[in-house]
Design a protein around this ligand. Structure first.
Ligand SMILES: Cc1cc2nc3c(=O)[nH]c(=O)nc-3n(C[C@H](O)[C@H](O)[C@H](O)COP(=O)(O)OP(=O)(O)OC[C@H]3O[C@@H](n4cnc5c(N)ncnc54)[C@H](O)[C@@H]3O)c2cc1C
Length: 461
């Protein structure tokens, strides 16, 4: 596939607006600086890594060496910054404090805080106007923390705003379950920080339903199991849409990210030790109040014993509302860029691994707009920071007119070892069979992609 021709002459004085000062937005800014282009990072929060700081207590499953960007490291080097031990695993708090904030500080006034992007459009043209569309810059509507509205002009827009602020609800149909809103005081959409005394009190000696089957659910189950060792009345009820099978607990020791594999094994231990009981084939439709407790009700009419708290970890979805006036090409299921979606779609691939990819897969009918980072994956759950760093390296190369570099692949991704057989996603019986392995994670294949280095990927997935 040819690289899109959306690069504007590098003499263009307008900045490239980057939405979000998370890991990928800041990496995009570093790559833009390296390319001699002017970034302007707009961050809604008050500091770098606002979303990451929200889960400061969670330890990453990737070591330091896999969560820092090469261009960012180059920018940081003259300040005396040294990356922490590459093999050690940072928490979200470490990532923000020891890498993201120093990086944002080096970028200085190229990063603005307390600025929320509320709209992006072609200057003077709504979504339906064709005339001279590609020649127009972008207009970016923002609201500042003190309530002012501003209009900024940009030559291109890189949306790295993540998905953290839009968690999925508990309803099995993707919409809130009946009663979910009114039960909000007893529902959380985050992995709890049990070191915080107030949060600990909320779950200690209580029954908590944990809904979800990904790494965050594993983490919550492991945390609650630890709490149960000190506070024996603590118990988790793990709600799964399908049955428990060979892949329920992730890739385990087969995961090339050992810490991620270990998360699943800790969840398994929690179940085996009796700290969590799994309820399978349960598709949540409603949540009823019973005194101070909540009762989850399934589509098939099953009602669970009351719980004190519910933790919903059913994934995230992109907020596309402020992009309504630009022409995006998005996959109808995942809400990811059309060319990227087939590489990450859990309905097609039984493995979580994705080919490294760049500007070709991330371009839209609207030239000059890119979704990157967590947001680029739409509803797919397998995003890794290093994938995002490769995305922005390629996109910024294209913006600088360096097509050869834009097409090159400079990343080797680890094999997940997680074979969900997601086409069987809701089938409790199929999930118990090894068939859902799809066989494609057993032997990682090394493929030559594009012009660059070989990439380890899920062969044949
Ligand atoms: C608990 C958890 C653990 C994870 N562990 C790992 C791991 O071990 N390894 C790994 O590779 N990946 C991991 N990930 C996945 C991924 O790398 C992180 O989510 C990462 O933070 C994604 O970076 P991002 O820059 O795309 O988005 P975010 O970090 O979400 O940053 C988006 C930024 O945009 C800002 N923003 C949002 N909307 C607007 C707006 N309208 N205007 C202005 N600013 C806005 C937000 O405030 C935020 O600062 C983990 C994710 C989670 C949730």
């Amino acid at each position: 596939m040819a690289v899109s021709t959306n690069s504007v002459p590098t003499t263009d004085p307008l900045p490239v607006v980057v939405i979000g000062a998370g890991p990928i937005g800041l990496a995009a800014a570093a790559h833009l600086v390296e390319r001699g282009l002017e970034p302007l990072v707009l961050e809604a929060g008050t500091s770098a890594g606002t979303a990451v700081r929200d889960w400061a207590h969670v330890r990453l499953f990737s070591p330091w060496a896999e969560v820092t960007d090469p261009a960012a490291e180059k920018l940081l080097a003259p300040t005396g910054w040294v990356r922490s031990d590459g093999a050690a695993y940072p928490t979200g708090g470490d990532w923000a404090e020891h890498y993201l904030q120093p990086l944002a500080d080096v970028l200085g006034d190229k990063v603005r805080y307390g600025v929320t992007v509320t709209g992006v459009a072609r200057a003077g043209r709504d979504r339906i106007v064709d005339a001279d569309r590609d020649e127009q810059p972008f207009t970016v509507h923002v609201e500042t923390a003190d309530g002012r509205e501003e209009r900024l002009t940009a030559r291109a827009v890189i949306d790295a705003s993540g998905t953290w602020s839009t968690p999925s609800p508990m309803g099995t149909d993707g919409l809130p379950a009946l009663g979910e809103k009114t039960a909000a005081d007893r529902i959380s959409y985050r992995v709890p920080d049990l070191k915080d005394p107030a949060v600990r009190a909320r779950y200690a000696d209580k029954r908590t339903a944990v809904i979800g089957s990904g790494a965050s659910a594993f983490t919550a189950l492991a945390y609650l199991a630890d709490l149960a060792k000190d506070e024996p009345g603590t118990h988790a009820v793990w709600i799964l849409r399908r049955g428990i099978g060979a892949n329920t607990f992730g890739g385990g020791e087969a995961d090339q990210l050992p810490a991620r594999g270990a998360l699943g094994l800790r969840a398994k231990e929690a179940v085996e030790a009796g700290h969590a009981s799994a309820v399978t084939g349960f598709r949540t439709q409603a949540v009823d109040r019973e005194g101070d407790q909540l009762v989850l009700v399934a589509e098939d009419g099953r009602r669970l014993d009351p719980v004190d708290q519910v933790i919903v970890l059913t994934g995230f979805r992109p907020d596309l509302s402020f992009l309504s006036e630009v022409r995006l090409g998005l996959d109808e299921r995942l809400q990811a860029p059309t060319a990227l979606a087939p590489l990450i779609d859990p309905n097609v691939h039984s493995c979580g691994t994705v080919y490294p990819h760049g500007v070709n897969e991330l371009s839209h009918p609207e030239q000059g707009v890119y979704l990157v980072g967590m947001k680029s994956y739409g509803r797919a759950p397998t995003f890794l920071a290093m994938t995002g760093y490769e995305q922005v390296r390629s996109i910024t190369a294209a913006l600088a007119g360096d097509q050869e570099a834009a097409e090159r692949v400079e990343l080797t991704l680890p094999e997940t070892g997680v074979c969900g057989g997601a086409g069987l996603y809701d089938d409790p019986e199929a999930a118990q069979s090894n068939e859902s392995d799809g066989g494609c994670c057993a032997a990682p294949a090394t493929l030559q992609i594009g012009i660059g280095a070989p990439a380890t990927t899920a062969g044949g997935c």
